[in-house]
Design a protein around this ligand. Sequence first.
Ligand SMILES: *Cc1c(COP(=O)(O)O)cnc(C)c1O
Length: 360
Amino acid sequence: MSVYNFCAGPATLPPDVMKKAQAEFLNWQDMGVSVMEISHRSEPFLAVAAQSEARLRRLMNIPDDYAVLFMHGGGRGQFSAVPLNLHVEGKAAVYCNSGVWSQGALDEANKFIETVNINVRKDTATGFDVTPASDWNLPLDASYVHYCPNETIDGVELFDVPKHPTAPIVADMSSNILSREIDVSAFDLIYAGAQKNIGPSGLTIVIIKKSLLERKGLPRPGILDYSLEHKQGSMFNTPPTFAWYLANEVFAWLEAQGGVKAMEAINKQKAELLYDFIDQSGFYSNKVAKHCRSLMNVPFWLNNEKLNDLFLSQANQAGLLALEGHRSVGGMRASIYNALPLEGVQALVDFMAVFAKENG
Ligand SMILES: *Cc1c(COP(=O)(O)O)cnc(C)c1O
């Protein structure tokens, strides 16, 4: 039986990458040791670091005036790093609030700096909805504008990018980085915890416009300091080397799949298959307005919530794992990141159809 893991994070990884890691686990590059047992400053590891950056730059078409950092601390580490590095004396930071994670970023920033909270959700009685970024009313005077293009828990995705005449645009792409083509130059800072679409937890990707590295910001821990990490090649202290190595392998896998453009096409196919099935089922529902439905995280609800436990236990038996929704929104959630194949979504839809028939 095939097993498909719909966990929101840490999430499923490409089997080909896992097999390669397994094959070289004890003996990497014929050195007789594992990649996680060698110095991060050794030639072979520095080669991994350079190769992973080059691959990510190719995959996302990152312009030369952007730095790529491989940091610690996950998405929440960046919730602290962003205000500490980007604060400008006498200016507030604008936080656009579209759900649980953008709220988390705001709460963290409020510990350090002054913020302006802009609500961009416009939920209706029947469901979740969000105002497109083109309609956001952003204050002119801002140190930066922070938003979350894909709310992993709410299943709400923003497909357009906010614009501001002066303030840098900062995006938390933890759950949708590399899922579809974006124009990096429309952003000034992109960050993402690795554990959803890139690799194991612990590693955090930061793509930052080099001019932003000059900001003085506030006193901050060295490991959260962008300019210091940039100067040190992301090796101010020991980086999460195994996660970094695995990320490099995932980037190679992505290139072999045809890059982000090819992934986007598959991701759209996967999402359409699942949403269309849910919408016409009469048994399940998705509460997110169509224009902002996430390509990566699909929350859905059984119309009869008394069947939730039965649904989850039978899904588990069928090899469809981790479908329980986040406690804050309830119901179910299928996370369908890059590494979750179309066959996995088909298997889920087939299971859901049978379950609906048996329990309808
Ligand atoms: C998972 C997630 C986070 C939190 O990541 P951690 O690495 O656990 O700190 C932040 N933002 C978004 C959008 C996420 O999906």
